[in-house]
Design a protein around this ligand. Structure first.
Ligand code: CTP
Ligand code: MG
Length: 180
């Protein structure tokens, strides 16, 4: 994998990577499903809260603004190109990442997995699918310019590695109850 491509892909996905991690820190309070159940199980569960979702999304959008400032500096210093984030694209990536994770919770509950249960592959890629789908909906031109097949390939390989690593660290620091 050429380093330039890895840097570009990582940069493009940062506004999608940060929201779920911020939600872990900011979560709590009222659950999105309001305690409602479906077929005897929670719709989503206590792990998906309004506060975690809102703060996580805002953090992703704010990070995209910071990256828009830093991008030109990085390009000048290193010559590596990185994408800029128009507001709709930033919002699509950040909110989409949270929605992907929420959709996965819905599927987990329907398939009998309790809150916090591991769901390999889905846990690592739910937020990527949500982020890419919502970014494409929010700003298709930007999405197509940014996510070439090569970049998408790097994202699909890189994300699970980063996800396992960051969640493992959050677990070791006592921030998360499970290491996934
Ligand atoms: N969190 C939140 N709101 C979200 C996502 C996460 O408040 N939309 C917080 C919750 O405190 C949650 C923690 O981050 O417990 C860890 O997130 P995650 O692992 O996604 O949730 P789980 O508790 O494992 O629940 P689930 O099995 O439904 O994924
Ligand atoms: Mg979990």
């Amino acid at each position: 994998m050429p380093l330039d491509l890895v840097v570009f892909a990582f940069w493009a996905m940062l506004p999608a990577y940060v929201p779920n991690n911020v939600a872990v820190l900011a979560g709590g309070g009222a659950p999105i499903d309001g305690g409602r159940t479906m077929g005897g199980r929670r719709l989503l569960g206590d792990g998906k809260t309004w506060r975690g979702t809102a703060v996580g999304t805002l953090a992703g959008v704010a990070l995209a603004q910071a990256l828009n400032f830093l991008g030109p500096v990085v390009v000048r210093l290193t010559g590596v190109s990185v994408p800029a984030f128009p507001l709709p694209a930033a919002l699509g990536l950040a909110l989409g990442a949270m929605l992907g994770d929420i959709a996965a919770s819905f599927i987990k509950r329907r398939t009998g997995r309790e809150r916090g249960a591991a769901f390999p592959v889905v846990d690592q890629l739910d937020f990527v699918a949500g982020a890419l789908a919502c970014a494409a909906l929010a700003d298709l031109g930007w999405f197509l310019d940014t996510f070439s097949l090569a970049v998408l390939g790097v994202v699909v390989v890189l994300t699970p590695v980063l996800h396992v690593a960051t969640n493992g660290i959050a677990y070791l620091l006592g921030l998360k109850e499970e290491p996934y």
